[in-house]
Design a protein around this ligand. Structure first.
Ligand code: FE2
Ligand code: FE2
Length: 194
């Protein structure tokens, strides 16, 4: 894909997908005989899934890409409205999930199934959200945006991963967090001791 904006969105979707997949695999594996490590890792994974989309990913879509696509393609406006709403709603669903994990950790197994069910539901929701962007919005953008549109979108993406602070380079803190989680998560899900 030649546009830096679309490459960035795809890369961020790929890392989020990997984190969501690892989360489900860890839940399926369960705490086994190391509950402290298990809950530490799950907490870090949920923190990542909460923080990265909100701070790094959704603002770029909502502020830099979606408005121009909705303007050039009115039939796409409804889908874009739904995706924007989901950007807002996703935040509270992941906070609920963090609370439910704490319930399982502190109150024990009576809270386990509720967390597992909610986590699966969240992962399905977020994957569907990304799929809609990849299968509807991006193909439509490629159809309706002109060369000038792409030049300004790509320039904004290239300058910064955070459109709210105009001149800072991409913050590597989330890449380091991703690596840290991968190194601690037991193999074969991650690279840590199994
Ligand atoms: Fe999105
Ligand atoms: Fe996205």
């Amino acid at each position: 894909m030649s546009h830096i904006s679309l490459r960035t969105i795809n890369e961020e979707h790929a890392t989020l997908n990997a984190m969501l997949q690892s989360l489900l695999m860890m839940i399926k594996r369960g705490p086994l005989n190391a509950p402290e490590l298990f809950f530490d890792i799950l907490r870090a994974m949920l923190f990542y899934i909460d923080e990265v989309p909100e701070k790094q990913h959704h603002p770029k879509e909502t502020e830099l890409l979606f408005p121009i696509v909705a303007k050039r393609s009115p039939q796409c406006a409804e889908v874009i409205q739904r995706l924007n709403n989901e950007h807002h709603r996703g935040e509270s669903s992941i906070r609920d999930l963090q609370h439910m994990l704490l319930g399982w950790e502190i109150l024990g197994d009576s809270r386990r199934v509720a967390f597992e069910t909610a986590a699966q539901k969240y992962v399905d929701f977020y994957k569907e959200h990304m799929h809609l962007e990849e299968s509807v919005v991006i193909p439509e953008a490629l159809k309706v945006l002109n060369a000038d549109d792409w030049r300004s979108i790509d320039a904004a993406f290239a300058m910064n991963s955070d459109p709210l602070s105009n001149s800072k380079p991409r913050d590597p803190i989330y890449d380091r967090l991703f690596t840290k989680i991968t190194l601690r998560t037991p193999a074969p899900i991650g690279l840590g001791q199994s």
